[in-house]
Structures are given as structure tokens and as C-alpha cells.
Unconditional design. Sequence first.
Length: 150
Amino acid sequence: MKSTTTRITTTNTFIAAASIGIAALLVPTTAAAGDLTVEIKGVASDTGNVMVALYKKDDKWMGRSTAGTTVAAKKGAVSVAFKDLPEGEYAISLFVDENSNGKLDSNAIGIPIEPYAFSNDASGNFGPPTFEQAKFVVGKDSKSIVINIK
């Protein structure tokens, strides 16, 4: 009889431990998160909006962004913030939507006619810079970057 009780207790202990292990896997975990403040300098006028797109390394660069925000243009500089970002590599593209139509206007051959910029003040040859050129790291602490519109 003692061996049956021991076996049941051992089995119950194993089931309890397995249940706790599975439950631990089901509880959402949060990676350390940091805040990002972006100062955008070189805004030419108070006309329109500054549209900012934030991309994670796993996003399709210059495709669908992780986050985005829009702020009214203000001659000189504007600032935007992204809160609680998981640690990782990010890049930013932005443009000044001078006519407030919600898109980056370009000429007949596709060259933008509205001001634009990228993190690290990166620039590309015959197109946008690569993610690698524009990337920066967000850690668990707050980070501030400056982007200059040229």
C-alpha cells in the first residue's frame, strides 16, 4: 500500500510541476521596454504635418511600419515620442506633408518633392538608404535622437 501512495504522490507532484511549467509559458512576458524621443530639425514652415514611421528590424523597411505618428509642422523643429518600445534595432523615415494630403508627393519620375529624412541622417544612392544605414538601438532606458531634414 505504501508504494501505491508514493507512486500517486510522485505522479501528483509531477503533474503539479508540469502544470506550473505550462502556466508559466502561458503568462505573457514583457521584454524590457524603453522610450524614444525624436527631435526633427530643419522644418521649413508651419504648413502641413510631419509624418514619422518607425520600423523594427523585422519589418519590411519602407513598407509597413511598427508604429507611426503625425505632428503639426512647426518652423524650426518638432518632437515626437514612442513609448514602451521593446529592446531592439529600429529605423525611422519621415517626411513633411506640406499639402496635408497624407502622402509623400513626388515628381513624374518618382523623386520626392516634399522634404524627407531618415534616422542617422542617412541617405541612399538613387533611392532611400538601407535599414542598416538608418538603424539605431533602443534599449531598456530612454533614448533621444535627432534627425535633420535637408
